[in-house]
Design a protein around this ligand. Sequence first.
Ligand code: PLP
Length: 431
Amino acid sequence: MTDSSVFYRSRKSYPVAVRAEGVYVFDDRGQRYLDGSSGALVANIGHGRTAVADAMAAQARRLAFVHGSQFSSDVLEEYASRLAGFLKLPGFRFWAVSGGSEATESAIKLARQYHAERGDLERYRVVTRRPSYHGASLGALAASGMGARRELYTPLMNESAWPKLSKPNPELSGEADAERLRTLLEELGPQTVAAFMAEPVVGASDAALAPSPGYHARIAEICREYGVLFIADEVMSGMGRCGAPLAVQLHGPVTPDIVVLGKGLAAGYAPLAGLMASPTVHDTVMNGSGAFKHGFTYAGHPVSVAAGLSVLDTVQNENLVEAARERGTQLLAGLRTLRSRHPQVLEARGHGLLLGLILGDPATGEACAGPGLAERVALAARTRGLLTYPGTGAVDGTRGDHLLLGPPLSIRPAEIEELLAALDGALSDTG
Ligand code: PLP
């Protein structure tokens, strides 16, 4: 243990970051790290963008804070409308919060209130999937299908309120795969279910797992048929990361009832997350009791929203959604080459720049968890100056240990090659 006053996440030692620029982070010893995971898939436009910093400073000077119970703000008004346009969600309303867990909690509460406003008090369940990750606060954690993170809190998590559907199976057609939701709803009694929430491309819990085309369109149909709200948790997959503004739209137009956003929204320049609510959901609440019975003090903080607006300008002006598609194709091809060179890499997958490597036992070719396999590769990569996002698997139906890769969408082709070379080295070091 060091004599620091900081309460670190764990006992391991953390380098001290002092500055960042483009795709690189620098520590106090002068070591440079290529940010191969954008932190935790956050820094979508890269680091050190002075335009964003300037926009935040100007906003702080002009109007740093108002409380949502007293004011909207000009910057929030502009941002909400720009965001709905960018995401192709006409008429949707933006509810701002500070982080992804607050955003999924808000979505769950909004779904519950939507049904209550219609006099339907029986719908309390929120169906999610196993594995999944929707956040660390207790409601979001209860919704998450990640046993290891929930274990300590089990008595607080009344399982009957949070039924789990099994994960997408890309070997099935999207439609057949989605039909399993119908079966589960029938078993539960659909009149008890408020919402189905899922990550369109799975993030932290199962490294970039995506269903076959057609899945989300059929999920939306089934939800509509049973009066269940479809919540797309795009905290990680949204804002262009997967090569479309929203991952749920990757294979054609699909309109969820609520879309949850975070991470890439302000791309790490400020804490900003939120949800987009459909006109029906919004109007049902406003024409009913007249208020969403929920709120956080810092919701819609003008400085965070100014950061979000400047990030959105950058994403649009630099065509970063298209860049995510192109650089994602390059990175995925490189990862597949690594798979042929390193037997412990069992699979490389994902969309755009949300990509995952599944690691396993090179002797048996079986997916497995550890011991600390992904952690060891991540540590070796860090020693070589590359940051990745490791996850421990083979629990909750994941395939095995895995690494998420998701550099900034602004990464250049030569930097992708540098990333691949460092990863190649790290896999050799640990193979
Ligand atoms: N939802 C998804 C899909 C996520 O990946 C995460 C974080 O990784 C969250 C919600 C929680 O977001 P936050 O860590 O900002 O609270």
